[in-house]
Design a protein around this ligand. Structure first.
Ligand code: SF4
Length: 221
């Protein structure tokens, strides 16, 4: 059994998996986008090192599994970009770039949101979901920050969670532009950052302070 100190020395993107001496590595796939070149690289690495295969995770990432410890660092070198590579997790559905139901560009908005969130220092981890239409395949209603596209603009959601204590996010605004949506998200996060307890996720925060206090902060800012 490896000690916690050893685990903390593992390269970014790597983690222990089931089975003694075996590890997994997460290929970096921002917003679920994977290029043909990246697929080629992943395929070549899997074959070269005789790995059992890959797994597409619930968070839209490709995980190479069953990597023996003595091959771990070489696998990472061959793969190139691994791990999150971003401060806060954002997922996005295909949106109107390729989904026939999409009414807004969730991929582009997801990228903008990811960039925008880099400017925050929050008390707990934050997950966001951006969807190109109200069907919310990007899980917008169960993420800390959710954006769901409609023909009139974005619906902005706050305080959702899909964990053990599921919570549906509250609506902060409807029918707003890209810029307005980011401003509302920023106002909500400023309020959250100032008033949340350490490690308190947005869902628990909203339950404690009440959504009216969040709305007041958002609209009064
Ligand atoms: S949320 Fe809408 S736009 Fe996005 S994948 Fe689902 S159906 Fe398509």
């Amino acid at each position: 059994m490896k000690t916690q100190e050893y685990i903390e020395t593992l390269p970014k993107g790597a983690c222990r998996s089931r089975g003694e001496g075996l590890y997994s590595v997460m290929a970096r796939t921002p917003l679920g986008d994977v290029s043909a070149e990246q697929l080629d690289t992943i395929n070549a690495v899997v074959k070269e090192f005789g790995l059992p295969g890959v797994r597409v995770t619930a968070r839209q990432r490709i995980q190479l599994i069953g990597i023996p410890e003595d091959k771990l660092r070489t696998v990472i070198e061959r793969l190139g970009l691994v791990g999150e590579g971003r401060k806060y997790f954002v997922q996005a559905c295909a949106g109107n770039s390729s989904c026939r139901f999409g009414v807004r560009d969730s991929m582009e908005m997801g990228a903008r949101l990811e960039e925008f969130l880099n400017g925050f220092d929050l008390p707990a981890k934050l997950k966001s979901g951006v969807s190109g239409c109200p069907m919310s395949c990007g899980e917008s209603y169960v993420r800390d920050i959710g954006l769901a596209g409609t023909p009139k603009g974005w619906t902005v959601l706050f305080g959702g969670n899909a964990g053990r204590r599921v919570r549906k996010g509250d609506v902060l605004a409807k029918g707003v532009s890209d810029e307005e949506a980011l401003k509302i998200v920023g106002n909500a996060l400023d309020f959250y950052a100032k008033n949340a307890k350490k490690k308190e996720r947005t869902a628990r925060f909203v339950e404690r302070v009440g959504i009216d206090a969040v709305l007041e902060a958002v609209n009064g800012a």
